[in-house]
Ligand binder design. Structure first.
Ligand code: 5GP
Ligand code: ZN
Length: 125
């Protein structure tokens, strides 16, 4: 599906991450509160690969507004706590947010990747 069409499809209530947030799709959830939900990536790119998403559907960083600053701060704060709980904080981990086509964003619901559990220094993604 072409990018613009996929974007529209997701905005019409067909978003897989919204369904994970509301419990209608299954995922291995590791953290949930009133603002964000975190779950294991279905195709892990590292021994620990967790996605943290806002519970509200925001397509990407491009749609963030100044009113979302507390939410984005909370997203990172939750990621820090999850990294600690998953035992990867000490050795180190990578946080990634892909935005748009050139970055390879395939799911148009904002998500923060937590990648850890291995030495990622030689890897660019
Ligand atoms: P992006 O490339 O958009 O930054 O990353 C999307 C990520 O979502 C990918 O790493 C992909 O493996 C993951 N993903 C896609 N669909 C699902 C799903 O249905 N469940 C889970 N847990 N992860 C998914
Ligand atoms: Zn969504």
């Amino acid at each position: 599906m072409a990018g613009a069409v996929l974007w529209a499809y997701y905005n019409m209530g067909n978003c897989i991450f919204c369904k994970i947030v509301d419990g209608t799709s299954k995922a291995e959830v590791v953290f949930r509160d009133e603002q964000v939900t975190a779950f294991h990536d279905i195709h892990p790119a590292a021994p620990k690969h967790i996605l943290v998403v806002p519970n509200r559907h925001i397509p990407s960083m491009n749609e963030i507004t100044p009113g979302d600053e507390a939410l984005i701060g909370h997203l990172f704060s939750a990621a820090r706590q999850i990294a600690e709980e998953q035992g990867i904080a000490g050795e180190g981990y990578r946080l990634v947010i892909n935005t748009g086509t050139y970055a390879g964003q395939v799911v148009p619901h904002l998500h923060l990747h937590i990648l850890g559990g291995a030495d990622l220094r030689h890897r660019t993604r």
